[in-house]
Write a protein that binds this ligand. Structure first.
Ligand code: GRG
Length: 305
């Protein structure tokens, strides 16, 4: 689906803000600055920052206040992709249409670039938006808490640990039992869902949304995150590596449980559509009428059609 002018404009604003936020020499050695830039500027849909800004808009806030959180989350997302692609994890050679960072810069530098992006994300959150207004400082602190929890051991790192553990044999060579439907949902809710939710919540908080509006946007983003994961699994079965910009067919090849494997392709497509319908009705019930948030939902699902 072609994105509306307004979402494409957001993507361009985000590209420019990411460029500005990346550290550069002389403070940062060129070798690691180049490695971080290689992965951040390799493209990517910018789903999380777009969602963050759309959520600030949806609560009637000033989206400029949400831009640092949008960039910080994209830094964290990019670090997670760099580390996920390492030989010790998914061992992948293609990402965002380019050779993975460890292939071009070596494993050590890829680890450091990921570590650097992770720390830069929180430095950016602490620094910007620059303000001494106690209300803005309060929002910033809340967002640091939300993003740290989503990225950490209870969120993305925890989900990645569950995923890694599921394919790691014990000393006797036995794998743990395969995930059932509930286990798969929990793993994805942590691994990818938590950061997607944090993107929307951070935008709504920085935009000054009421507690009720933030809760509705959180519930909406929970469904968007689940739809995103189901669609990602469908694309892994159906997509070509050159269209996806990453290696296709990886899940089946490594015996990973997926939505199509558990439910079949048609049921998976239906489940993704139902997530978006639920997200729409959550927003409608909360009286949030923002065309962009709904468009993001349709964008997620239509990638698999
Ligand atoms: C290494 C701590 C650590 C965590 C890694 C998110 C993650 C956790 C690994 C990524 C593995 C993966 C490919 C999961 C499928 C869903 C996903 C996050 C896809 C990539 O996100 P997109 O499609 O990528 O938003 P772009 O490149 O468009 O930003």
């Amino acid at each position: 689906m072609d994105l509306s002018e307004s979402l494409r404009a957001r993507q361009s604003e985000i590209e420019a803000a990411l460029e500005r936020a990346l550290p550069s020499p002389p403070a940062c050695p060129a070798v690691v600055a180049d490695a971080m830039r290689y992965s951040v500027t390799a493209g990517g849909k910018r789903l999380r920052p777009v969602l963050c800004l759309a959520s600030a808009d949806a609560v009637g806030g000033d989206r400029a206040l949400a831009m640092p959180a949008a960039c910080a989350i994209e830094f964290i997302h990019t670090y997670s992709l760099i580390h996920d692609d390492l030989p010790a994890m998914d061992n992948d050679t293609l990402r965002r249409g380019r050779p993975t960072l460890h292939v071009v810069a070596g494993e050590g530098m890829a680890i450091l670039a990921g570590d650097g992006l992770h720390a830069e994300a929180f430095a950016l959150l602490a620094r910007e938006p620059r303000s001494t207004d106690p209300e803005i400082v309060r929002r910033k602190l809340r967002v640091v808490d939300v993003i740290a929890a989503a990225a950490g051991a209870a969120g993305m790192v925890g989900g990645q640990a569950l995923d890694l553990d599921a394919v790691t044999p014990d000393a006797a060579g036995n794998l743990p039992p395969a995930f059932d439907a509930e286990g798969l949902r929990t793993m994805h809710a942590k691994k990818t869902g938590a950061l997607i939710r944090a993107s929307a919540v951070s935008g709504a908080v920085m935009g000054g949304g009421s507690d009720a509006a933030v809760a509705a946007i959180d519930a909406c983003a929970t469904d968007l995150g689940l739809a995103f994961q189901i669609v990602d699994d469908i694309l892994d079965v159906e997509g070509a590596s050159k269209d996806l910009g990453k290696t296709a067919g990886k899940d089946a090849a490594t015996g990973k449980p997926t939505y199509p494997a558990l439910y079949g392709l048609e049921a998976s497509r239906r489940m993704a559509r139902e997530c978006i319908e639920r997200a729409e009705s959550t927003l409608a019930t909360a009286g949030i009428r923002d065309a962009r948030l709904l468009e993001i939902g349709r964008w997620i699902v239509e990638r698999s059609n």
